[in-house]
Design a protein around this ligand. Sequence first.
Ligand code: F6R
Ligand code: MG
Ligand code: MG
Length: 367
Amino acid sequence: MAKVTISVIKADIGGYVGHSSSHPDILKLAEKNLEKAKSKSLLLDFCVMRCGDDLELIMTHRKGEENSEIHKLAWDTFIDCTELAKKMKLYGAGQDILSDAFSGNVKGMGPGVAEMEFEERKSDPVIIFMADKTSPGAWNFPLYKIFADPFNTAGLVIDPHIHDGFKFEVLDVYKQETVIFSAPEEIYDMLVFIGAKEYYIIRRVWRKKDNEIASVSSTQKLALIAGKYVGKDDPVLIVRAQSGFPAVGEVLEGFAFPYLVAGWMRGSHHGPFMPCSFKDANPTRFDGPPRVIAAGFQIAEDGKLIGPRDMFDDPSFDRARRMANEVTDYMRRHGPFEPHRLPLHDMEYTTLPNVRKKLQGRFKKEK
Ligand code: F6R
Ligand code: MG
Ligand code: MG
């Protein structure tokens, strides 16, 4: 069986209005570009989506991960869309395009990337999560719930294919080092790290039994690339489901609790991660709260994307949304105080260093 690669490459190339959403003409232009690539057989299939102000290119092909033709296609599409966004004076046009010299891979140039290659199964349900107003560490909590917590995923107890558990690749974003943990045996060690979600990010998950890829996230941190705050990373996540992976409902269950993530207004606040339908992915209150949408696909013959199904468009997530709104009120009342505002270290890329410099000499040593 031929292998198929799913590449999800995304960028904020301009917001409508402010940073709240995307303009439909931008999506149309991206579709036109990818349609052309499909007609030339570079792509098997594609789906253009958006979450808040982020343009999401979901592509299937046979070229494997980190392929320069695929990355160039995404890059050129972002450049074309940026040009249109500039013409329309959309807000922050070209925000995530941090360089103008493409050299074969969009990694490190602003866009976020998650890619996985696998052999097509008889039937392959895949869920692509897309977030706005948060950072890649936002996936740590649900990935742990989905792949390591039997109170979330009954299959870890019941399904012999996943009873052995999963392996997690964790990236230290500051040192750019990775470590692999094996769950369930090493969950306590792993939690020491992944609980610090702005420092350690789960990048890949494999089924332990046969090393089959189960999940891949985008881990690009814009502030570390640019050296200053230029917008939040707004990450994506690919998760495979069913027949030897967690069921679709077990995957979605990982998002039923709107836990606190970093991002929101000016990328500098903690707020609840609100699961919402495609049409509600327009963060407006205090530029938030942070949002996540879930696009379900069946991967059919020859990488065809049957979908997207709007997986959070379900009243069973109403309570999570209500709770997220209550937490929004509660957190907002903290104003500029932690833990609503991010801890000092995470403010390093914003105004903090300038204020510190301005006050140099005013701080007097305690006698
Ligand atoms: C967060 C985000 C927004 C902006 C805010 C200020 O990821 O994009 O909250 O940080 O609207 O934006 P500027 O500085 O462009 O006026
Ligand atoms: Mg933006
Ligand atoms: Mg965004």
